[in-house]
Ligand binder design. Structure first.
Ligand code: PLP
Length: 416
């Protein structure tokens, strides 16, 4: 059984690390003094304020070190979603002379390019921006969820003001060719935002090599606290602030900083950097055990890419099985997985990511996402494989029986 990050016994096998991770004990330890001892406002110039400011400074350096950037290129925000909003709105609204002001290169026309498999933090922000006249092209993906850089090139227009593509997909794990897209964006002089929320801490990220303009991050995906994010902004670039108020974070994020949270994020990044090589190897091993399901059970398909993927993620389609029913049955057996992204599960719509990859609705509804993490063991994966196999066979029998009218919807064999 996995142990929770704070040392409490967590009586489940938690395989939903792409939704969120527990706060690592070392992270919590480092945060605690900032609640009641070093509680100062970092904008205060007295000793207590300076302690808090020092905490921010160290955290900024630690986040920057994980992505090979300079501390001055890191702006702390309230979450990954806010970082994405800052990059997108702060770049695209001034281009249409939008409500946030900022002027700059306003010519009244603004166009953005993104992919069909982005997180809603990106796609819903671009939907919102359409009411300000920002047009968006959604480039398609292949059957593994991968963008073709040529499609991005074809979508570029004279008025293209931003390209935004995720580094790693949260549902299927597929990695995007962000290095090639960065080169392309550079050729045309177009700012390039990368949603790095899922990639951070799971694969090496080197922003000296990856020539993007913005890179969004979130603490709670890397064993840090919820409610903290960061945006990398390359030297020489400056989005317009989307919050008006104080001059915190170089005037780009008004509001007193969440010092304990930011300190925790810094520590989480330090731990991620120290453990990355070891953890990546372990994730590949655990994932390969899970992928035995594809070989050992009929009609099970890996949705994402086999190699160009986050090492911790596998999205599997189980033909003739309802993913939600399988997920609930696994939960009853102490195994926590997800039917898709944590944010879309409430909508009960088939995943837009899987549909964009060409799956039909039935296959999309039959898919589950497994995302392993630090505390998982090979023994746990063996158990998960056995439980999933048993349940899939059973649910298929049930659905066959239901289709000839033997089982009703309340049949107890659904939950055994
Ligand atoms: N981008 C991706 C790819 C994500 O997976 C998530 C969260 O699941 C976000 C952005 C949003 O991050 P946050 O929850 O910190 O707002």
């Amino acid at each position: 059984m996995s142990k929770g990050g704070n040392g409490d016994r967590c009586e489940c096998i938690y395989l939903d690390h792409n939704a969120t991770t527990p706060v690592a004990p070392e992270v919590l330890q480092e945060m605690l003094p900032y609640f009641s001892q070093r509680f100062g406002n970092p904008s205060s110039v007295h000793a207590i304020g300076r302690q808090a400011k020092a905490g921010l400074r160290e955290a900024r350096a630690r986040v920057a070190a994980l992505i090979n950037a300079s501390p001055e290129e890191i702006i702390f925000t309230g979450c990954g979603t806010e970082s994405i909003n800052l990059a997108l709105k702060g770049t695209l609204l001034p281009a249409v002379g939008g409500a946030l002001g900022g002027g700059g290169f306003s010519n009244g026309r603004s166009h953005a390019i993104t992919s069909a498999v982005e997180h809603h933090a990106t796609s819903h922000t671009l939907d919102y921006l359409s009411s300000f006249g920002v047009e968006t092209t959604y480039v398609p993906v292949d059957r593994y969820g991968m963008v073709d850089p040529d499609e991005v090139r074809k979508a570029i227009r004279p008025e293209t003001k931003l390209i935004s593509i995720m580094h790693a997909n949260n549902e299927v794990g597929t990695l995007q060719p962000v290095e090639e897209i960065a080169t392309l964006a550079g050729e045309y002089g177009i700012p390039f935002h990368v949603d790095g929320v899922q990639a951070l801490g799971k694969i090496p990220v080197d922003l000296c090599r990856l020539g993007c303009t913005f890179y969004s991050m979130s603490a709670h995906k890397v064993y840090g606290p919820k409610g903290v994010g960061a945006l990398f902004i390359r030297k020489g670039s400056r989005p317009t602030s989307i919050l008006q108020g104080g001059s915190q974070e170089d005037g780009l994020r008004a509001g007193t900083e969440n010092v304990p949270g930011i300190v925790g994020f810094g520590k989480a990044c330090e731990l991620a950097r120290e453990g990355l090589t070891r953890e990546v190897e372990k994730y590949w091993r655990l994932r390969s055990i899970l992928l035995r399901l594809v070989e050992e059970v009929d009609a099970v398909r890996l949705n994402g890419h086999r190699e160009h993927t986050l090492p911790n993620s596998a999205s599997l389609a189980f033909a003739h099985v309802d993913g939600m029913t399988l997920m609930l049955n696994l939960s009853l057996r102490g195994i926590c997985v997800s039917t898709g992204s944590a944010c879309s599960v409430r909508s009960l719509k088939p995943s837009h990511v899987l549909l964009a990859m060409g799956l039909n609705e039935e296959a999309a509804y039959s898919s589950l996402r497994f995302s392993v993490g630090r505390s998982n063991t090979e023994g746990e994966m063996e158990r998960v494989v056995e439980e999933v196999k048993r349940l899939v066979l059973k649910l298929r029998l049930v659905s066959e029986a239901r289709s000839v009218g033997v089982c009703g919807p309340d049949c107890p064999c659904y939950f055994r």
